[in-house]
Design a binder for this molecule. Structure first.
Ligand SMILES: COC(=O)c1ccnc(N)c1
Length: 242
């Protein structure tokens, strides 16, 4: 997969040189390129914004500069344009799984009051998939942090990025549709708190059952909406799994 991220603060994306995503890039599992939007400006001041039509506070990012950048970056084939915005559809694990199947993602990081609406409109009309996505109900100063979140959530799903793909199965919001059970490691007693006995029993069936029960318990308490979303067959599978 190729991922392009365009920003006027490309240094914001330096975190993607680190850890698992950084290693995946070095290993060639992910072709991730960060670009400075100002490289596509043509004026002396490298201007990327202007005042909003209709008035109002702040500045809007110009469509022509974004158009030059996105045209160049999508010239080699079908790309999915992702525009992080608080007004977007909610980015979820399902979104990450869908984006992870794409050949190329282009993240357009808006600043100021956002990107001229015609940019998304133009690329939809040109046949590109365009997703305006929100990582939650709050506002940031730009799309960079949201892009970091989404790129990490997508990249870790790519083959070879996570050492043990098994660990993806029982994660929160994974295939089971539940929040993850509590985890423990050594020492067996810490701060007068003991690890649940069942986890020390070596009885794998009981451990699986205990973990499933804790996941159902936690999900019911914290995210009843996820329980409600579980279809009957999944719930039944949870019960029949033991
Ligand atoms: C400027 O972008 C944002 O403020 C943003 C992007 C994605 N999700 C959000 N919740 C906010």
């Amino acid at each position: 997969m190729r991922i392009d991220i365009v920003s006027i603060f490309p240094e914001y994306l330096a975190a993607l040189d680190l850890s698992l995503v950084g290693k995946a890039r070095v290993a060639g599992l992910l072709d991730l390129r960060v670009h400075d939007l100002r490289d596509w400006t043509t004026d002396r001041h490298r201007t990327v914004d202007d005042t909003p039509f209709g008035g109002g506070a702040g500045m809007v990012m110009r469509p022509d500069v974004w158009g030059q950048a996105i045209d160049e970056l999508t010239a080699t084939g079908p790309a999915h344009l992702v525009v992080p915005t608080p007004s977007g559809a909610t980015f979820t694990q399902r979104t990450a799984e869908a984006l992870a199947t794409e050949d190329q993602l282009v993240f357009a990081c808006g600043r100021y009051e956002g990107i001229d609406a015609r940019v998304a409109e133009h690329y939809r009309a040109a046949g590109h998939r365009v997703s305006e996505l929100s990582i939650g109900d709050y506002v940031l100063n730009g799309g960079e942090v949201a892009s970091l979140v989404m790129v990490e959530a997508v990249a870790r799903l790519l083959p070879g990025v996570i050492g043990n793909p098994e660990s993806l199965v029982e994660e929160s919001h994974g295939a089971a549709g539940l929040l993850e059970y509590p985890v423990y490691t050594k020492p067996p007693v810490w701060s007068d708190l003991e690890v649940p006995d069942v986890l020390l029993s070596g009885h794998h069936a009981k451990i699986r059952r205990w973990r499933r029960d804790r996941a159902l318990e936690k999900t019911s308490a914290r995210r009843p909406d996820l329980i409600a979303a579980l279809d009957a067959s999944t719930l039944d599978k949870h019960d029949r799994a033991f």
